[in-house]
Design a protein around this ligand. Structure first.
Ligand code: UD1
Ligand code: CA
Length: 434
């Protein structure tokens, strides 16, 4: 490993979540907590990440699929954070550089402050550098004890605090950078002499300092960054923080969001400039929206969807796994699933694709400049050729896809005949013959 390396602790179950899933696979804005932390570590410049797994290891690994340079080490029994870090030792082999240690339950960590910690450690080569934070409410965190000159003394866990210590607002976010050999040395000396009977990683800085190594604690992290998720309430708080960040970034990039508190955009979504998002709209998953689109109010755009430029999606529209071409309008109450839609198409109010045949999802293809009438049903797999029109209330079936330049009506939808008496204009088969 080239380094610096990150070790991220994620072996615990997270009992306070009251969940069958391990805590760190719960999602915040569309991605697991652990995935956010791993991304933040890579964003800060680490070459490799070692994730400590234990409870629900398979689920933790599955939630990190597709990210390279992630390694795993197993902690068989959860004997504490100090013991957890020790289990990374063999994965790191003879690596002697800087090791950043993070916990998997702080999804709002951003890469900026972590990069700063790595840089500072690189410049000073201290044995241990910790980022700390001043928390308006320090409940639950380890507190940072300093002497009268402000020099770091030790970290004390909430459960081991005196009332005076508990009043300290400077907390330990569990963001450390250690020199690997000194980290292993310190962990050998950690003993479980505390209220919880656990091997505390938080003892390691004090141990190194007492042996004459340099240890520094710098206030570098914003309280929002270090929100540790222990309960569902914390999970909701993290969601609020991350959601606001996502929307603020989009607004900086030229997207109009009228009501950020009532709009949700997934952390993986990409949205082009001059797009306007009306309230109560949800962009959920790896969605791409082009420039100058209009979304909502009350629209739901789900994973695998791409909207090209100048697309309008009206109220109560639901779109999933679909590609919508440039300038297309999808009117209120429509549903499009597994559908490829061309350019300058109008999908009328309440039109839907029936994309599930009872066993499998089926595809629908709609050409350019098509008009889909209100309340029509496109039973997939089917297709509508370019410039065709589907009449209001028509049901297009898999056995009768619509060719280009054709108007179909009725149930099941059939082409309207072009007759001579009628000057070649379409004749609606539903009209009684004259
Ligand atoms: C820890 C810190 C505390 C800090 C807080 C917030 C210790 C002793 N305390 O407390 O100072 O303020 O984080 O960052 O380190 N884990 C393992 N194996 C274990 C135990 C824990 O992998 O044996 C993992 C958990 O899955 C979790 C992370 O380590 O992702 C933190 O564990 P948690 O129990 O939440 O620690 P805190 O009590 O919050
Ligand atoms: Ca925690």
């Amino acid at each position: 490993m080239i380094g610096p390396v990150a070790v991220i602790l994620a072996a615990g179950q997270g009992k306070r979540m009251k969940s069958d899933k391990p805590k760190v696979v719960h999602e915040v804005c569309g991605q697991s907590m652990i995935r956010h932390v791993v991304n933040a570590a890579f964003g800060a410049g680490v070459s490799d990440v070692v994730v400590i797994v234990g409870q629900g290891a398979d689920q933790v690994k599955a939630s990190l699929e597709g990210i390279s340079n992630v390694h795993y080490a197993t902690q068989d029994r959860q004997l504490g954070t100090g013991d957890a870090v020790k289990s990374a030792r063999s994965a790191l082999g003879d690596y002697t550089g800087a090791v950043m240690i993070l916990v998997g339950d702080e999804p709002c960590l951003r890469s900026g402050p972590l990069a700063l910690l790595l840089e500072k450690q690189k410049a000073t080569k201290v044995a241990c550098l910790m980022g700390t934070s001043i928390a308006p409410d320090p409940t639950g965190y380890g507190r940072i004890l300093r002497d009268t000159t402000g020099r770091f003394l030790r970290i004390i866990e909430q459960k081991d605090c005196t009332p005076e210590q508990a009043a300290i607002k400077e907390v330990n976010p569990s963001c450390y950078v250690f020199m690997a050999p000194l980290l292993w040395e310190a962990l050998e000396e950690v003993v479980p002499a505390n209220a919880q009977g656990e091997f505390y990683l938080t003892d390691a800085p004090e141990i190194l300092q007492k042996k004459g190594h340099e240890v520094q604690a710098l206030v570098t992290l914003h309280p929002d960054d270090i929100l540790g998720i222990n309960t569902r309430l914390h999970l909701a708080e993290a969601h609020t923080i991350m959601s606001r960040r996502i929307l603020e970034k989009l607004m900086e990039e030229g997207v109009t969001v009228y009501d950020p508190r009532n709009t949700y955009v997934d952390s993986r979504a990409k949205i082009g400039a001059d797009t306007v998002i009306y309230p109560f709209s949800v962009v959920d998953g790896d969605v791409t929206v082009g420039k100058n689109c209009r979304i909502g109010p009350f629209a739901l755009i789900r994973h695998g969807t791409v909207l090209a430029d100048n697309v309008e999606v009206g109220a109560f529209v639901d779109i999933v796994r679909s590609d919508i071409g440039e300038g297309t309008l999808v009117r209120h109450l429509a549903y499009l699933g597994d559908t490829e839609v061309g350019r300058h198409v109008t999908v009328g109010a309440g039109a839907i694709t029936a994309n599930f045949d009872g066993q499998h999802k089926q595809q629908t293809k709609i050409g350019d400049q098509v008009t889909i009438g209100a309340g029509s049903v496109l039973v997939a797999p089917t297709s509508i050729g370019s410039r065709s029109t589907v009449g209001a209330g028509a049901v297009v079936t898999p056995t009768r896809p619509v060719p280009p330049d054709t108007t179909v009506v009725g149930v099941p939808a059939q082409p309207i005949a072009k007759s001579k008496e009628n000057d070649g204009r379409p004749v609606d088969p539903r009209q009684p013959p004259r």
